[in-house]
Write a protein that binds this ligand. Structure first.
Ligand SMILES: Cc1ncc(COP(=O)(O)O)c(C=O)c1O
Length: 270
C-alpha cells in the first residue's frame, strides 16, 4: 500500500485497496513505525473504514493499531494529539518491554471487543477449572501457563506513575530530536524521517555520493566502537541506520557521544 515519507498509510490508497477486498479485512495500522516512528492518521483511516463497512456484515472490517513502539506516548499531553482517532480502532497492541522499559515478554493486547478476544484465546478441558464467572488469565492469553509478567508491568507503572511515564517518553522523543538536529547540518548526512517519536532514520553518503557501502561501514564502525548500538535497515532501496532511543537512562551526553562517533566514522571512512 502507498505510504508517505514517514511510512504512514495513505488513506486514499487504503480506500482503494479495501474497495477491492471481498473477504474479511484486517487493517494493521501503526503507532510508531519501526524505521520512522511514524504514527498513522487514525481518524482518516477510521473514516475510510466506516465508509467501507456499509453493506458488509458486522465485524467484516477490523482496525488494529500496532503500538509496540509508540503507544506509551499516548500518556503525554504533548504527544497525544498525534494519535487523534486511535480510540476508533478495534484493537491496540503494545509492548511494556519497549517504551516502558520492563523485562521482555510483556506484550499487551487491548480490544474494544472483549468477547471476540476471549473466544479466540480461551480453551477449555474437563480438568481445567471453569472460569466463566471470574477473570482467569487462561481465557485471555495464548498460553495456558506463564509467569506473572503483569507483576513487572504493574510495578513499573506504580513506580513511575503517569508523570514518570510521561517524563520518560517525552525525554526519549527529545533525545531523538536532538540526534536529528545534531546530525542534519553535516555534509553527506541525510535525516530520512520526520521525528514523531523516538526513532531517527539516517543515511550517510561518502564524497562520491555512495550510501550503499558507506552507510553500513559507518554503522559497523559505531557498533564496534562500543559507544552505542544503532541498527541497520533498508529504506527506499538503500541502507540506512535506525536510531531507537528507548532506554530510560539515555542522556543528552549519550546522544552527543553517539553523534560524535557517527560523524567521526563518516569523516574517516567517507
Ligand atoms: C512494530 C512492532 N510490532 C510488533 C513487534 C513484536 O513485538 P514482540 O517482540 O513483543 O513480539 C515489534 C518488535 O518486537 C515491533 O517493533
Amino acid at each position: 500500500m502507498a505510504t508517505d515519507r514517514n511510512a504512514r498509510i495513505v488513506p486514499v490508497a487504503l480506500a482503494e485497496l479495501v474497495a477491492d477486498a471481498d473477504g474479511p479485512v484486517i487493517v494493521c495500522s501503526q503507532a510508531g513505525e519501526v524505521n520512522t516512528g511514524g504514527i498513522d492518521r487514525f481518524d482518516a483511516i477510521a473514516d475510510v473504514l466506516d465508509a467501507a463497512r456499509e453493506g458488509r456484515p458486522d465485524g467484516a472490517i477490523w482496525l488494529h493499531v500496532d503500538g509496540a513502539v509508540g503507544l506509551w506516548a499516548l500518556a503525554s499531553p504533548r504527544l497525544r494529539p498525534r494519535f487523534a482517532g486511535i480510540e476508533r480502532a478495534d484493537s491496540w497492541s503494545t509492548d511494556a518491554h519497549k517504551g516502558l522499559n520492563t523485562p521482555y515478554d510483556c506484550g499487551i493486547a487491548i480490544t474494544a471487543h472483549p468477547a471476540a478476544h476471549r473466544r479466540a484465546m480461551t480453551l477449555r478441558a474437563d480438568y481445567l477449572v471453569d472460569g466463566e464467572e471470574d477473570r482467569h488469565p487462561i481465557d485471555w492469553n495464548p498460553e495456558m501457563s506463564r509467569r506473572a509478567r503483569a507483576t513487572a508491568v504493574y510495578a513499573t507503572i506504580r513506580a513511575l506513575g503517569r508523570s514518570g511515564i510521561v517524563e520518560m517518553v517525552e525525554r526519549n522523543v527529545d533525545m531523538a530530536l536532538r540526534y536529528a538536529e545534531k546530525l542534519a547540518p553535516h555534509d553527506g548526512v541525510e535525516i530520512l524521517n520526520e521525528v514523531e517519536l523516538n526513532q531517527v532514520l539516517v543515511r550517510f553518503r561518502d564524497r562520491g555520493g555512495d550510501a550503499a557501502a558507506h552507510t553500513p561501514a559507518v554503522l559497523q564502525a559505531v557498533q564496534d566502537s562500543g559507544v552505542a548500538y544503532p541498527t541497520g535497515t533498508m529504506w527506499e532501496g538503500e541502507p540506512a541506520i535506525r536510531i531507537s532511543v528507548s532506554n530510560w537512562m539515555t542522556t543528552e551526553a549519550d546522544v552527543d557521544a553517539t553523534v560524535a562517533a557517527l560523524l567521526d566514522a563518516h569523516r574517516r571512512l567517507g
